[in-house]
Design a protein around this ligand. Structure first.
Ligand SMILES: *Cc1c(COP(=O)(O)O)cnc(C)c1O
Length: 355
């Protein structure tokens, strides 16, 4: 008999629950480009309230929400400050340059968590015609490539105060803000407060099939709505998918704590397995581990785990990522952890030899 694999590759692989599908089927809808979809309107109001902002915009993806944010804050020739490992810079197809003519100024951060100390001299002289115009600071909380860790709030507030003083705009990529909220106990609106715009994602830990939102002032979001149309993101009876996001906000926020507990079970297994080590402490639902070259490559280890019914991502020669989410139960996490602890170095070596 074969059980379905335990899919830890990403927190985007979830399927809508039966209750979520019912909510989607029953949602009242209208044409959202005419602003006549009651479910989208309800979701946008809900997202704005959750984040303590005036207004919010439903977008098809987190990438579009982030790119719209860059577009509303920046003009061609502007520069944005972000972590070298940030999604907006690395994983959005170069959109900041292609779409908006914006150049990035990147810093390593503490595993991608920017510190004020490293950026405080980064603002270009405004009256120097040689330089780009420093315009925007983008933070990412939790930081994916930083092990899904929570950006310490004191550092966020210090960076925000510094940016305000210099007239810079601030955007938060909060694709996993809900994980930061649950892990820290700090409410979403407090995390969002210092930022002009905040993006959140419904199709990660919250388990909706599609969608993100961008929140900010009414004026900023009016501009964002125009850019969403420009990018082809104006949707019609989008209430059918917005209903899933509303259902997730109603039902899937508190349970994120289970994902975090399950991730700790996996983290302990990675830490205990010979030849594997945690790259970062595990604070939320992401586990990043490094593979000792003596054992093999990350791809070899992922292949051995796959043969044992556990899917993880090889995201670099020696780097593995495992994510917990709505479709990973405690029992799944324990079974996956047992397989990770039992990784057979001979099997990994055999993979390398057979290549
Ligand atoms: C997933 C993710 C996004 C958005 O991704 P989409 O796949 O476009 O929805 C943005 N930022 C971070 C940090 C992410 O992990």
């Amino acid at each position: 008999m074969s059980r379905p694999p335990i899919d830890l590759r990403s927190d985007t692989v979830t399927r809508p629950t039966p209750a979520m599908r019912r909510a989607m089927a029953e949602a009242p809808v209208g044409d959202d480009v005419y602003r006549e979809d009651p479910t989208v309107n309800a979701l946008e109001a809900r997202a704005a309230a959750w984040l303590g902002k005036e207004s919010a915009l439903f977008t098809p993806s987190g990438t579009m929400a982030n790119q719209i944010a860059v577009g509303v804050h920046c003009r061609p020739g502007d520069e944005l400050i972000c972590a070298a490992t940030s999604h907006v810079y690395v994983w959005e197809a170069g959109g900041i340059a292609r779409l908006w003519g914006v150049t990035p100024r990147t810093f390593p951060g503490d595993g991608g968590l920017l510190t004020l100390a490293e950026i405080e001299d980064a603002v270009r002289p405004p009256d120097d015609p040689h330089t780009p115009n420093t315009r925007l600071v983008t933070l990412e909380n939790t930081h994916n490539r930083g092990g899904g860790r929570v950006h310490p709030i004191a550092e966020v507030l210090a960076i925000a105060a510094w940016a305000r003083d210099r007239g810079l705009a601030l955007h938060l990529d909060g694709a996993r803000l809900v994980n930061a909220v649950v892990a820290s106990g700090v409410p979403a609106e407090r995390w969002a407060e210092p930022f002009d715009t905040v993006s959140i994602c419904f199709s990660k830990g919250l388990g909706a099939p599609v969608g993100s939102a961008l929140a900010g002032s009414a004026e900023t979001i009016a501009g964002a709505r125009r850019l969403r149309k420009l990018l082809g993101g104006g949707m019609r009876q989008a209430g059918a998918i917005a209903a899933a996001a509303l259902h997730a906000l109603d039902n899937h926020v508190e349970r994120i704590a289970e994902d975090h507990a399950n991730a700790r079970i996996l983290a302990e297994a990675f830490a205990a397995a010979p030849g594997l080590a945690l790259e970062f402490p595990t604070e939320t639902n992401l586990v990043w581990a490094t593979v000792d070259p003596e054992l093999g490559t990350a791809a070899d280890v992922a292949a051995v785990l796959k043969a044992r019914g556990v899917l993880v991502s090889a995201l670099g020669g020696q780097t593995l990522r495992a994510c917990t989410h709505l479709d990973v139960s405690r029992e799944d996490a324990e079974r996956a952890a047992a397989e990770i602890r039992a990784i057979d170095p001979e099997a990994v070596a055999g993979r390398s030899r057979s290549l």
